[in-house]
Design a protein around this ligand. Structure first.
Ligand SMILES: [Zn+2]
Length: 284
């Protein structure tokens, strides 16, 4: 799932490669991904791309005042191609949801690989017309330590959930929250409002270092190599059963909400593995 660093890198890539070019055609292959009806995709034809940016995990392409905003969700991706096939993709088949052709024959596909179609594309005159963008909290790369502390402290939930709540802090998802909590040496199940000053300071430092290191590694990667780059930099996320790079203990996994999280017991939970609620329910 693309998070802040990957979306930031995609925006940087589009700034370099697509800004200044006119859109010649937009093919909508999966009508369900388009969440707005005015302006229409047709209104982009002939318009010049003037900017590319990011709001949390949303990608925003400015096409002369009309914004194409995409939320890649869990299985969405942007594939840039130097030479796009001229024929439109077949509707309802394959992963391509939307294809954007540019005036130099290049362009990009927005794809959705999951069975649960969650890729969402919006065409709006102001990015804040997208409900998910309007609700975003301060960006993970911009939030001050004072504001971060206040926001985290005001939530009584488990820190893993609070950190990935986009209305609290924008940009942190499932993968990097595992990494941030590992660097901060905090249990993912710690209650946010009960973290002491020293723990919050550690968490803030970890947020900034994990996200900015990942951005640094991601920028300059094309859309084809970004995912592998992300995977290679992870310490605990998606590494169940592998040694923790800090202490050598085995990375464990526990269910959280509708998915799972990874952590190191020695570094984060005083050596005690967390009880898996899903499992203990079964045992009982
Ligand atoms: Zn460890």
């Amino acid at each position: 799932m693309p998070e802040l660093p990957e979306v930031e890198a995609l925006a940087a890539y589009l700034r370099e490669r697509a800004v200044g070019h006119a859109i010649t055609r937009v093919d909508v292959a999966a009508i369900g991904v388009l969440k707005t009806y005015d302006p229409t995709p047709l209104s982009l034809h002939g318009a010049v791309i003037t900017g590319a940016t990011r709001h949390g995990k949303f990608l925003d392409l400015d096409v002369g005042g009309i914004h194409l905003v995409a939320h890649l969700a869990r299985a969405g991706w942007l594939h840039y191609r130097d030479k796009l096939p001229p024929a439109p993709p077949k509707p309802g088949r394959g992963p391509i949801a939307l294809r954007v052709h540019l005036d130099d024959e290049s362009g990009f596909d927005l794809t959705e690989a999951g069975t649960k179609k969650s890729l969402a594309v919006y065409l709006v005159r102001d990015p804040n017309e997208v409900p998910g963008v309007a609700r975003l909290g301060p960006d993970a790369l911009a939030v001050s330590e004072a504001e971060f502390t206040e926001r985290i402290r005001s939530h009584r939930g488990q820190i893993k959930g609070v950190l990935t709540d986009q209305t609290v802090i924008a940009g942190v998802g499932n993968a990097y929250s595992d990494e941030i909590l590992h660097v901060a040496k905090l249990s993912p199940f710690a209650i946010a409002s009960r973290l002491n000053d020293e723990e919050i300071a550690r968490l803030y430092g970890a947020l900034r270092s994990v996200e900015s290191d990942a951005v640094e590694r991601s920028i300059g990667q094309g859309s084809a190599t970004l995912k592998a780059e992300k995977r290679s930099g992870l310490r605990v996320h998606a590494r169940t059963g592998l040694p923790c790079p800090v202490c050598g203990d085995l990375v464990r996994e526990v269910s959280f909400a509708d998915r799972s999280l990874q952590y190191c017991p020695t570094c984060q939970t005083g050596g005690k593995p967390l009880a898996d609620r899903r499992m203990s329910k079964l045992i009982r």
